[in-house]
Design a protein around this ligand. Structure first.
Ligand SMILES: Nc1ncnc2c1ncn2[C@@H]1O[C@H](COP(=O)(O)OP(=O)(O)OP(=O)(O)O)[C@@H](O)[C@H]1O
Ligand SMILES: [Mg+2]
Length: 146
């Protein structure tokens, strides 16, 4: 399945994330590709909100992984969210942190920024999302479900 959306400001990107959140199931890695500033974290914030995670939704760029435990599981059974940013890390290091365990958590959802940095570790079960900056405020978002 492929789905394309164009947004013209932050809120529209977050709103797309909120709606996408309702379609998500556990044990899947949501891989967000796109250049610096494309909107990966902004989209993640909308997804986190849509899943009912408690704010603040700070970027995991410096902590590598930020875990959210939901007060109430989603209808599809997601209880934990692992928001990961692989920009500053190598495959072997993120492996040691437990990347494969996060991906196989039966009640977990991984949201991964910079998946291309750890290409060899990406699981089969994933949704690929590519964000492209088309203008100052314009972003194209393509969702591909495998
Ligand atoms: N339509 C839009 N959707 C999302 N962000 C937008 C949009 N228009 C402008 N922006 C701006 O683009 C930037 C997106 O930043 P964000 O941190 O989400 O990007 P990122 O892809 O996570 O970058 P990084 O690779 O540095 O982590 C923000 O400054 C935001 O205000
Ligand atoms: Mg980011």
């Amino acid at each position: 399945m492929e789905n394309l959306q164009t947004t013209y400001n932050n809120d529209e990107t977050k709103d797309f994330g909120r709606k996408l959140a309702k379609t998500l199931h556990p044990s899947i890695a949501l891989c967000l590709s796109g250049d610096l500033g494309a909107g990966k974290t902004t989209l993640s914030q909308g997804i986190l909100e849509g899943l009912g995670a408690l704010p603040p939704y700070t970027s995991p760029t410096f902590v590598i992984m930020k875990e959210y435990v939901l007060r109430e599981a989603t209808e599809t059974g997601i209880k934990r969210i692992y928001h990961v940013d692989a920009y500053r890390i190598e495959s072997k290091d993120i492996e040691h942190l437990g990347f494969e365990e996060w991906c196989s958590d039966p009640s977990g959802l991984v949201i991964l920024e910079w998946p291309e940095r750890i290409a060899e570790l990406l699981p089969q079960k994933r949704i690929d999302i590519t964000l492209t900056q088309k203008g100052e405020m314009e972003r194209e978002i393509v969702v591909t479900k495998k």
